[in-house]
Design a protein around this ligand. Structure first.
Ligand SMILES: [Zn+2]
Length: 145
């Protein structure tokens, strides 16, 4: 348990977002959030729990969808009215973009969602001990029952 960071001044949003974009731990910036496409359970360095409660990362869909729609809403009219492409070409391109971009951006959306949570609540769950990349054992989970 790492409680010695409690009371520490809040990190700047810019620093936390930079760590998120680099897919690093938003709290310390040292460890990678992902091993391939799979998100790791916790930060081995600072102990921040990256696997929150079920449904925690549902909110990252808003980031993913929002950025996809925003990019399309900006680029499509620019290309269409700028005379760069026909409507049929743009529709085909938009379809491909809407299928590929959210899949690629998925990890970044989750990382950004976690970063916002850390920024809003710097003392958020650090239930796993540093160095542990394992699931907390079932005895600890049911201790409050
Ligand atoms: Zn960390």
């Amino acid at each position: 348990m790492v409680d010695d960071d409690a009371g520490k001044p809040r990190e700047s949003l810019g620093r936390i977002l930079t760590r998120a974009v680099r897919l690093r731990c938003p709290a310390c910036g040292h460890e990678r959030l992902y091993s391939g496409w799979a998100m790791r359970r916790s930060c081995p360095k600072c102990g921040l729990n990256w696997q929150r409660e079920p449904g925690f990362y549902l909110g990252s869909i808003y980031i993913n969808y929002g950025l996809t729609a925003l990019l399309l809403a900006i680029v499509y009219p620019l290309l269409l009215f700028g005379g760069w492409a026909s409507n049929q070409q743009l529709l085909a391109g938009a379809l491909v973009f809407c299928l590929i971009f959210p899949i690629w951006f998925h990890r970044y959306a989750r990382s950004l969602w976690l970063a916002f949570d850390v920024w809003l609540d710097p003392d958020s769950p650090r239930s796993l001990s540093p160095g542990s990349d394992e699931r907390p054992n079932s005895r600890e989970q049911s201790a409050g029952d």
